[in-house]
Design a protein around this ligand. Structure first.
Ligand code: NAP
Ligand code: MG
Length: 469
C-alpha cells in the first residue's frame, strides 16, 4: 500500500522530525501493509504554527470561495473513490467475499457519502448568514481559530470529513491527528485537500500515537478548539486539558444505544434491522443499537429471530480493527457468559486462525445491570433485554452513562415519537428511519459534548462578536 513517509504541513509533504514509524496492519490477515511516521511534539508544533500562520487569510476569505474549495474537495473524493475504498478495506479489514463486494459495489456509496457531507458544507458556507442584525447590534459569526482534530479508526474518512469540512467552511484552519490504525486514509484525505487547491497551512496532517502526538496537539497553546471523537476515557482527559486552558472542546464519545421494540411494532422487521445495525462494520459503530429491549410477551420469539439473523451473517462480517480490540471484545463475551447471560449465537472463540475475527454474537437473558448491558463493547454483540411495561423499558433504555443514539419501533409513529422524546439520547431512529448526514449528531450524558454534521456542526467552529450601534 502506498504511504507517505512525511507529514503534510504548510501545503507540502515534509520529513518527520523523528525516525520512529508506526506499522499499519491489515486486520484480516495480520500482515503489515505500510509504515507511517510517528509524529513528535516537534511535528505537532510545526503543524500548529503553519495553521496559525494561515488563519488570518483563510478566515478573511469570502465564504463563497471557501465553499468552492470544499466543493472541489468533494470532486476529488468522488474521483478517487476506488482508491479510498481499497485503502479503507486494507487498513480497517474485511474478509475476501466482503472485500470483493466492497470493491465491486460499495465504493461509490462510501465515497459518495463523504462527498455528500463535503458538498453540504460547501452549500452551508455559501448560504450561511455569517452576519445577523439583533436590535441595535450586528452579530458576526467568526471562526474559532486553529482546530486540533483527533479522530478514531472506525469510520476513518467519515470522521475526518465530519470535522475538517465544517471547520474549513467556518474559516478555521486545522491540524489533524488521525487514529494510528488508519493513517493511510488520512494521508489520502490530505492529498485530496491539496488537489482541491486549499491554500497551504489551512489543513495539516500529523500521523502518530494518541498519547504522544494526540496529547501534545490537545495541550498546544496554539490550538483554540479541540474536536475529538473516540473513547469516553480519552475524551474525559481531553475535556479536562481543554477546560484547564479555557479552550473550546467538542467530544464525540462512546455509546450503548437502546433499540426499543414496543409491543405494537413489526417484531420481525425490528429484530432483523436491529441485528444488522450492530453487525455492520463488525459492531465498531459508536451509535450501534447494542441493547435490544423487547416486551416480555414477545421475548422468546425475538430471541429466536435474533439468533437466526446473526447466524445468517456467518463469516460475512469483517474483522475487528486490531489485536487489542479482538482480545477486549472476546473478553466481554466471556464476561457475559460468566455473569449468567445466555449465548444464542456466536461466542468468544475466534472463528478463524488468522485475522481479528469475532463471530456475530447474540446474548439472551441479559439484565440491565450486567457488564455487557452497561459498557460499550465495540464488537458484533447484541444483548436482548426483557421489559415488563413502557416505564420499565424507558428506565432500562436510559439506565447507562451513555446517550448517543437509539431506535424505537411501534405500530404508529406517534407512539414511537412519544417514547423517543422521553429518551436521554441525541439521535433516535423511528421505525428504521434513514441516516441523515445533515441532522445534528452527538451525545447526551457521557456520550459527549457538542454536535457534528449539518448547520449544528458548522456552528461548533464559530464564535460570535456583537457590535452595538
Ligand atoms: P481512543 O483511544 O479514544 O482513540 C481515538 C483517538 O484519540 C485516536 O486518534 C487516538 O490515537 C487518540 N488518542 C488516544 N489517546 C490519546 C490521548 N491521551 N490524548 C490525545 N489523543 C489520544 O479510542 P480507540 O483506541 O480508537 O478505541 C477504543 C474505544 O474507543 C473503543 O472500544 C470504543 O469504545 C471507543 N470508540 C468510540 C468511537 C466513536 O465514534 N464514538 C470511535 C472509535 C472508538 P491512537 O489511534 O494512537 O490510539
Ligand atoms: Mg487507541
Amino acid at each position: 500500500m502506498k504511504a507517505h513517509d512525511g507529514m503534510y504541513i504548510d501545503g507540502a509533504w515534509r520529513p518527520a522530525a523523528g525516525r520512529d514509524t508506526i506499522p499499519v496492519v491489515n486486520p484480516a490477515d495480520e500482515q503489515i501493509i505500510a509504515h507511517v511516521p510517528a509524529g513528535t511534539a516537534e511535528d505537532v508544533d510545526a503543524a500548529v504554527r503553519a495553521a496559525r500562520a494561515a488563519l488570518p487569510a483563510w478566515a478573511a476569505t469570502a465564504p463563497a470561495e471557501r465553499a468552492a474549495r470544499i466543493a472541489a474537495l468533494r470532486d476529488v473524493l468522488v474521483a478517487r473513490k476506488d482508491e479510498i475504498a481499497a485503502t479503507i478495506t486494507a487498513e480497517l479489514g474485511a474478509p475476501l467475499p466482503f472485500s470483493q463486494a466492497v470493491h465491486a459495489g460499495a465504493p461509490v456509496l462510501v465515497a459518495g457519502s463523504y462527498a455528500e457531507l463535503a458538498a453540504s458544507y460547501a452549500e452551508l458556507a455559501a448560504s450561511y448568514a455569517f452576519e445577523e442584525k439583533v436590535g441595535n447590534s450586528t452579530v458576526y459569526s467568526e471562526p474559532v481559530g486553529v482546530v486540533g482534530a483527533i479522530t478514531p479508526w472506525n469510520y476513518p474518512l467519515h470522521q475526518i470529513v465530519a470535522k475538517a469540512a465544517p471547520a474549513l467552511a467556518a474559516g478555521c484552519t486545522v491540524v489533524l491527528k488521525p487514529a494510528e490504525d488508519t493513517p493511510l486514509t488520512a494521508q489520502l484525505f490530505a492529498e485530496a485537500v491539496h488537489e482541491a487547491g486549499v491554500p497551504a497551512g489551512v489543513f495539516n496532517l500529523v500521523t502518530g500515537l494518541g498519547p504522544v502526538a494526540g496529547q501534545v496537539l490537545a495541550e498546544h497553546d496554539g490550538v483554540d478548539l479541540v474536536s475529538f471523537t473516540g473513547s469516553t476515557a480519552v475524551g474525559k482527559q481531553i475535556g479536562a486539558t481543554a477546560g484547564a486552558a479555557v479552550k473550546r472542546v467538542a467530544l464525540e464519545l462512546g455509546g450503548k444505544s437502546a433499540n426499543v421494540i414496543l409491543p405494537s411494532a413489526d417484531l420481525a422487521k425490528a429484530v432483523a434491522v436491529g441485528v444488522a445495525n450492530v453487525m455492520g462494520n463488525s459492531g465498531q459503530t459508536c451509535s450501534a443499537w447494542t441493547r435490544m429491549l423487547v416486551h416480555t410477551s414477545q421475548y422468546d420469539e425475538a430471541v429466536a429471530l435474533a439468533a437466526e439473523a446473526a447466524a445468517k451473517y456467518g463469516d460475512r462480517i469483517g474483522p475487528l480493527v486490531n489485536a487489542k480490540q479482538h482480545a477486549r471484545v472476546r473478553g466481554y463475551i466471556e464476561k457475559g457468559v460468566a455473569e449468567g447471560a445466555r449465548l444464542v449465537a456466536g461466542g468468544p472463540e475466534a472463528p478463524c486462525e488468522q485475522g481479528y475475527f469475532v463471530s456475530p454474537t447474540v446474548f439472551a437473558d441479559v439484565t440491565p445491570e450486567m457488564t455487557i448491558a452497561q459498557e460499550e463493547i465495540f464488537g458484533p454483540v447484541v444483548s436482548l433485554i426483557r421489559y415488563e411495561d413502557e416505564d420499565d423499558a424507558l428506565r432500562i433504555a436510559n439506565g447507562t452513562v451513555y446517550g448517543l443514539a437509539g431506535a424505537v419501533w411501534a405500530g404508529d409513529e406517534v407512539e414511537a415519537v412519544a417514547f423517543a422524546r422521553r429518551m436521554d439520547t441525541g439521535q433516535v431512529d423511528i421505525n428504521g428511519g434513514r441516516f441523515n448526514p445533515l441532522a445534528p449528531f452527538g451525545g447526551y450524558k457521557q456520550s459527549g459534548v457538542g454536535r457534528e454534521l449539518g448547520s449544528h456542526g458548522l456552528t461548533e467552529y464559530l464564535q460570535t462578536k456583537s457590535l452595538q450601534f
